[in-house]
Write a protein that binds this ligand. Sequence first.
Ligand SMILES: Nc1nc(=O)c2c([nH]1)NC[C@@H]1CN(c3ccc(C(=O)N[C@@H](CCC(=O)O)C(=O)O)cc3)CN21
Ligand SMILES: O=c1ccn([C@H]2C[C@H](O)[C@@H](COP(=O)(O)O)O2)c(=O)[nH]1
Length: 283
Amino acid sequence: MKQYLDLCRRIVDTGTWVENERTGIRCLTVINADLEYNVAANEFPLITTRKSFFKAAIAELLGYLRGYDSAAQFRDIGCNTWNANANENQAWLNNPNRRGEDDMGRVYGVQGRSWQKPDGTHLDQLKKVVDNLSRGVDDRGEIITFYNPGEFELGCLRPCMHTHTFSLLGDTLHLTSYQRSCDVPLGLNFNQIQVFTLLALVAQITGHKPGMAYHKIVNAHIYENQLELMRDVQLKREPFPSPQLHINPKIKSLEDLETWVSTDDFEISGYQHHEAIRYPFAV
Ligand SMILES: Nc1nc(=O)c2c([nH]1)NC[C@@H]1CN(c3ccc(C(=O)N[C@@H](CCC(=O)O)C(=O)O)cc3)CN21
Ligand SMILES: O=c1ccn([C@H]2C[C@H](O)[C@@H](COP(=O)(O)O)O2)c(=O)[nH]1
């Protein structure tokens, strides 16, 4: 939690104002932030200086792992975060590749599970990584990347958290996740949960101990219409200790994640938090 608050404080104190053409809202911005989560010690990086709706973040992660491409699929499993980008983003509404209501196009999980090869066949990046790790193999390229510049025009948004690299040292699995653009009040609240949970889940289904998750962010920003709430409300609060995450031990395979797993299989304990803050969202 301290590292999150330090990043917020750093943006407020030292950030530079940058115009943003896509949203029309300028952002107070810093470049480069390195966050670390101790998954081995189960220090779940849930924001405590406001109430965090962690199940929606885990649902979003499940949707990515399943290769979802529609905001309706995300809604069905308890996540509303893609409604606006699928249905209210003017550039995407004007894009002839959009296939109607709720379509997100070839974003995130579609690339992760079904990367199109030049011969027209598809590559399942996640399955390759899970299969190798399950056999105890780390080929130094256990990488899942959602970043496919050749298909940007086929999706509603370029992926923000775009690449995840797994590393196996003995029987301990580590994760390094890369993010190009980060809405610190809203997006990072979800992204911290997702990086942590991704490592915990992949360690569980491949039979390893979870170690450290390293979260590397390039452009970290606060939108102008969020600044006052962050500076004058959230940053004035004292954080509580980290809660713990409990994942249903019956989850044992990628197939389990694809079929029956839901947000009911994730619980937390020890979550003390301040009251909710509703930050504005820039489409
Ligand atoms: N401007 C912007 N910021 C983002 O963080 C973001 C995007 N766009 N577009 C794509 C996804 C969607 N994401 C989102 C979208 C909404 C919330 C959000 O409204 N969170 C609320 C709680 C939502 C709930 O109750 O489930 C929050 O208070 O954290 C979070 C992440 C992250 N990404
Ligand atoms: O997982 C996510 C997804 C998105 N965001 C934020 C970062 C930016 O504020 C917007 C995306 O805008 P771009 O113009 O494509 O950079 O969404 C996030 O923080 N986390």
